[in-house]
Design a protein around this ligand. Structure first.
Ligand code: PMP
Length: 306
């Protein structure tokens, strides 16, 4: 399906949104990106983009790490995204991918402030990314996560997704659905593209943002929703074997939404079925992102076809 892409300051047909093979970001991974969902609501025949502004704020922060020069504000980028969703409007859930990248065609220049930047934004239809009903089987990866002094995971940098690909690909090859990264000290960090929570004795626990994780927007949404139904949330480092002993484990992210983890390293989590708190949270999350939880109306940008 061909669509319109925002590219070099203009809306162009997909076939015109192309870069040279010499592009710095293509050669060296010097780009950063976002992933945003817009959920289709058939009663209103509208797409509801979820936490658009928060995603663009994070893109700006990622861009700061890579010394990106970007001639748009968060509000400009939100407006551009709304226009793009209108141009590509379709009656299904959509994923928006903003991509900010070093676009100069040079070899051997690694001075980030001297390299020119460009931004592109495209959309693709996206259904479920993980099996949120049956739950997912995960394995702890032998690949160590990149860290703040190598490729900062706090910024959503394209080059760091080689780390993701290595871990996820190996996990899939041995029959897991997802990989879990540990840091150098053996602490649990996150999935290949999701944050992680465990539940022990009714308390939801997730690694702090000072561990080497992406500060996920879904993580923040989930923390808000958990406190709404009085589940205390603790941010602290998690040991590997806590995953084996937890009552419940779940992963969460824009793509993955809320994914119950039913086994870790071939050990059942709880009774091997999605846990009670996770299931309640998942329902509340789906209701919220589909606009049924009016308390969080400010998280949405409604987009109707033109
Ligand atoms: N960690 C990593 C490494 C990711 O790629 C993602 C997906 N963006 C997440 C966590 C979840 O972040 P978010 O909830 O903002 O999508």
């Amino acid at each position: 399906m061909s669509s319109i892409i925002f590219f070099d300051g203009k809306f162009v047909p997909e076939g015109e949104a192309v870069v040279s093979v010499r592009t710095h970001a293509l050669q060296y991974g010097t780009g950063c990106f976002e992933g945003i969902r817009a959920y289709y609501n058939d009663k209103e025949n509208a797409l509801f983009a979820f936490r658009l502004e928060d995603h663009y704020k994070r893109l700006m922060l990622s861009g700061r790490v890579l010394c990106m020069d970007i001639p748009y504000s968060v509000s400009d980028l939100c407006k551009i995204s709304v226009e793009l969703l209108q141009k590509n409007f379709s009656k299904e859930d959509i994923y928006i991918r903003p991509f900010l990248y070093k676009s100069d065609k040079v070899i051997g220049n690694f001075s980030l402030p001297k390299l020119g930047s460009s931004i592109a934004i495209y959309t693709v239809p996206m259904g479920r990314y993980v099996d949120t009903d049956k739950g997912v089987k995960v394995g702890v990866s032998s690949w160590e996560r990149v860290h703040d002094n190598s490729i900062p995971p706090r910024a959503k940098i394209t080059g760091a997704y080689v780390n993701t690909a290595l871990a996820k690909s190996d996990a899939l090859q041995v029959g897991f659905d997802e990989a879990i990264f540990l840091d150098r000290n053996g602490h649990v960090l996150e999935g290949s593209a999701e944050n992680i929570f465990i539940v022990r004795d009714g308390v939801a626990i997730t690694p702090p943002v000072s561990d080497d994780i992406l500060q996920g927007i879904t993580r923040n949404t989930v923390m808000t929703l958990l406190s709404d139904f009085n589940v205390p949330v603790q941010e602290r480092s998690i040991g590997r074997t806590e995953l084996y002993q937890a009552d419940e484990v779940f992963i969460c992210g824009t793509g993955a939404e809320v994914g119950p983890v039913v086994s870790v390293d071939h050990r059942n989590v709880g009774n091997g079925k999605p846990g009670e708190i996770t299931s309640k949270l998942k329902k509340l999350y789906f209701d919220t992102v589909h606009g049924a939880n009016k308390k969080y109306a400010s998280w949405f940008t409604k987009v109707t076809p033109k």
